[in-house]
Design a protein around this ligand. Structure first.
Ligand SMILES: C[S@@+](CC[C@H](N)C(=O)[O-])C[C@H]1O[C@@H](n2cnc3c(N)ncnc32)[C@H](O)[C@@H]1O
Length: 245
């Protein structure tokens, strides 16, 4: 894996091309995205109507897809990165190569919009929120997770995390992290009553995972760290809200 931080600016989307082989490796550079995808999918109820659509903004390689199986949605993924979209398509996602701030889909088409680990990568996250809410049909559901604009988050997600062997250096630009109160207010402006809660990997599972990383051992099936609620949204948080129309 090339150390993207050495040769590209922080948060440069071309890092995802360099890291294309990492997406579906459960213990690879994007391991935590697998854990978060499972937790995000747990916020999505089964579809209540035929032809229900879930639009996955910044879908990457489609890590959400296995966790939606049986829920009854057509999964449409929008992303800037073609190398990721090719992999998402191979996992059953209908892919759209585009910018989440200008989504080429019609208003009100989505029963669910997901934005997993996207907002903290977009210079204009408010434009993504506007698009997410525009895409939702009345009663539709927005689910997301992102990193908070706090000193603690910058310490944990950048200074500490980027020293771990599997976390790509330079993948985040902390200047783009998203204050949870501003996000809630922006969603409200667009008709979504967003509730947020802090989340983190459960400590025992995370320690076992880190130990296996040090030993070079693979994670046995079913033993990936679980994402659990935590008392504060100060680092990583999930949001869930219904669009009132
Ligand atoms: C951290 S990854 C998250 C991927 C996926 N949501 C997941 O959780 O596995 C961020 C993704 O956002 C995409 N991305 C960044 N800026 C974007 C934008 N403006 N529009 C669409 N996709 C974007 C990147 O290409 C990358 O695939």
């Amino acid at each position: 894996m090339r150390d993207a931080g050495l040769s590209l600016p922080r948060n440069d989307p071309r890092q995802y091309d360099d890291l294309a082989g990492e997406w579906w490796r459960p213990d690879g550079a994007f391991a935590m995205l697998h854990w978060l995808a499972e937790a995000r999918a747990a916020m999505v109820p089964p579809a209540t109507r035929p032809d229900a659509l879930l639009v996955d903004l910044g879908c990457g390689a489609g890590l959400l897809a296995p966790h939606l199986v049986g829920k009854g949605y057509r999964h449409v993924g929008v992303d800037l990165t073609r190398s990721a979209l090719n992999q998402a398509a191979a996992h059953g996602v209908t892919v759209v190569n585009g910018d989440a701030t200008r989504v080429p889909l019609v208003d009100g088409c989505a029963d669910v919009v997901a934005a997993g680990e996207l907002l903290e990568h977009v210079p204009d996250w408010r434009a993504v929120v506007a698009q997410a809410c525009r895409l939702l049909r009345p009663g539709g559901l927005l689910v997301l997770d992102t990193l908070n604009d706090t000193a603690l988050c910058r310490l944990v997600a950048v200074r500490i995390a980027e020293r771990l062997p599997t976390v790509p250096r330079g993948i985040h630009d902390p200047r783009l992290f998203v204050d949870h109160r501003e996000l809630v207010a922006e969603c409200a402006r667009h008709g979504v009553d967003l509730r947020v809660r802090g989340v983190r990997p459960a400590v025992p599972g995370l320690l076992r995972w880190l130990l296996r990383q040090v030993r070079g051992a693979a994670t046995p099936p079913g033993q990936t760290p679980r994402i659990v609620p935590t008392g504060s949204p100060a680092v990583l948080y999930q949001g869930r809200g219904v669009y009132g129309g």
